[in-house]
Design a protein. Structure first.
Length: 212
């Protein structure tokens, strides 16, 4: 796969104003008890419209990379920035040849198949995309709710305050079997774009915003 320079940023704008890490946007406060047992933690405080917008912007960035034959492999919250206009910017991606990524999967952002040395495809990025949306929608990383990891037998735990559309999207993106993962079928990203979670998104308008 093509290695993207560390200075690369997507979507297609150059950010020369103040930016903040996406992690800093969220206020998370866990209870003393185990999160995966009772889900008693403070829900995400980010406006749901912002979450949908950021999810759509990240989707377009990944779609463009995949068209160019680029797979991120190690996509995680540390790769995301929010500019002063409130838009999401994707920054830095490493090559699959970088062995360090296999030692830093502490938040389960890496797709399971990366560790079985199966053939790598864009499916790995849709898993990571799902892991990011999990944190955006729920307010804690996937590892906080699934500390034991996710296997082919796991049932994804999603708190009740997440909308049915959000639940459905997360479960389809975080499918353990890459062949069953949303975005990996014959229609590719169209299956994600047409998911009910994105019903409020005008994809044409969003794409036109980033044409330079």
């Amino acid at each position: 796969f093509t290695k993207v320079p560390e200075s690369a940023s997507l979507p297609l704008q150059i950010v020369d104003s103040e930016i903040v890490k996406a992690d800093d946007v969220f206020e998370r406060k866990l209870s003393d008890r185990s999160v995966h047992d009772d889900f008693e933690f403070k829900p995400v405080t980010v406006n749901s419209k912002d979450v949908t917008k950021w999810a759509a912007q990240l989707l377009l960035a990944l779609e463009k990379l995949h068209v160019l034959g680029v797979v991120c492999c190690d996509l995680n919250m540390n790769n995301l920035l929010i500019d002063e206009a409130g838009d999401l910017v994707l920054t830095y991606m490493c090559s699959i040849a970088d062995e360090k990524i296999f030692k830093t999967n502490t938040d389960f952002s890496l797709a399971p198949e990366l560790f079985s040395f199966d053939k790598i495809s864009s499916a790995v990025d849709w898993w990571s995309y799902g892991a990011i949306l999990y944190e955006l929608l729920i307010g804690v990383p996937l590892k906080s709710v699934h500390p034991e990891g996710i296997t082919s037998y796991s049932v994804l735990r999603v708190p009740k305050y997440v909308s049915p559309e959000g639940r459905s999207l997360l479960k389809q993106l975080l499918a353990y079997d890459a062949s069953e993962r949303l975005g990996c079928g014959a229609r590719g990203t169209e299956d994600i774009k047409t998911h009910p979670f994105f019903n409020s998104v005008s994809w044409e308008q969003l794409v036109n915003k980033y044409i330079v």
